[in-house]
Design a protein around this ligand. Structure first.
Ligand SMILES: [Zn+2]
Ligand SMILES: [Zn+2]
Length: 268
């Protein structure tokens, strides 16, 4: 599996790509071209063009969840989706608000459905290739990872949003699992556990993406305690991982690497 980071809060030095506080990752695996999230604006598309990545020939688009720092860029991709299967959680496109602002997908499910070959809305685990899996709705096991982000609107009523739509990917590689998260509202430890549960594997060669560790609080302290006890070779924290959380992971003995737009990685 090959990946390239198209959109992130940071960019790698000496390559003049654009950054924004959002996330988008391009994946090639098993002969398929897969896009995981589309960032907030057209930044992911501009970066992909500069990198020579052709997003007009995608096979599959996956959304980690509905927040607009992951779905906002979709409107720029609409003309190229007629042969694309869209995989995500059924709650991904519901209306979401936070601090008085709309923070959900700018497009409705009906608007998107007109442009893609197939909408695969599922809470279940879904294979994208023989070795790469969408993890479905993540079981919320660890209490310290429980949180809400603003409100979602269900039948005209506001309710605190637990972000049940938040999911992730797992690659079952020859040298171990590669787990890829978007924002990890569902909890990065819950995500790691779901990936291990569905594949029956415990060795993780890489954990990559947003871990939703924004400050030093109980969640980040407990998360580091759990992650350091898992069998993880390397962590690539992106998007929503604070410097102090990365520092604490490193201090706990974990191998934490620098990330940014333009990062390319490959695993067997
Ligand atoms: Zn989010
Ligand atoms: Zn995010």
């Amino acid at each position: 599996m090959k990946i390239c980071l198209l959109c992130d809060n940071k960019t790698i030095i000496d390559s003049y790509y654009l950054g924004e506080p959002a996330f988008s990752l391009y994946i090639e695996e098993g002969g398929k071209k897969i896009l995981f999230d589309t960032g907030y604006s057209d930044v992911f598309l501009k970066n992909a063009e500069k990198m020579g990545i052709d997003l007009k020939s995608l096979d599959c688009l996956v959304f980690s969840h509905g927040h607009n720092d992951h779905t906002g860029g979709l409107k720029y991709l609409l003309p190229y989706l007629k042969d694309v299967i869209l995989v995500t959680h059924p709650d991904c496109f519901e209306e979401k608000w936070d601090e008085g602002l709309p923070v959900g997908s700018p497009l409705s499910i009906e608007e998107i459905g007109e442009h893609v070959k197939e909408l695969r809305l599922t809470k279940e685990v879904c294979p994208l290739t023989e070795k790469l899996f969408y993890l479905g709705e993540i079981p919320r096991i660890h209490g310290f990872e429980d949180n809400t982000v603003g409100f979602r609107i269900i039948d005209g009523e506001k309710e605190p949003d637990r972000c049940l739509d938040d999911s992730a990917l797992a690659y079952d590689g020859e040298d171990g699992l590669v787990i890829i998260s978007g924002c990890a509202h569902s909890g990065i430890v819950n995500i790691v556990d779901q990936a291990c549960r569905i594949t029956g594997k415990t060795h993780i060669q890489a954990l990559l993406g947003g871990f939703h560790l924004l400050k030093e609080d109980e969640r980040s302290i407990e998360t580091v305690k759990h992650l350091k006890d898992r069998d993880i070779d390397v962590c690539y924290p992106c998007h929503c991982v604070s410097f102090i959380s990365m520092y604490r992971m490193r201090e706990a003995g974990m191998d934490v690497r620098e990330t940014g737009v333009g990062m390319k990685l490959e695993w067997r």
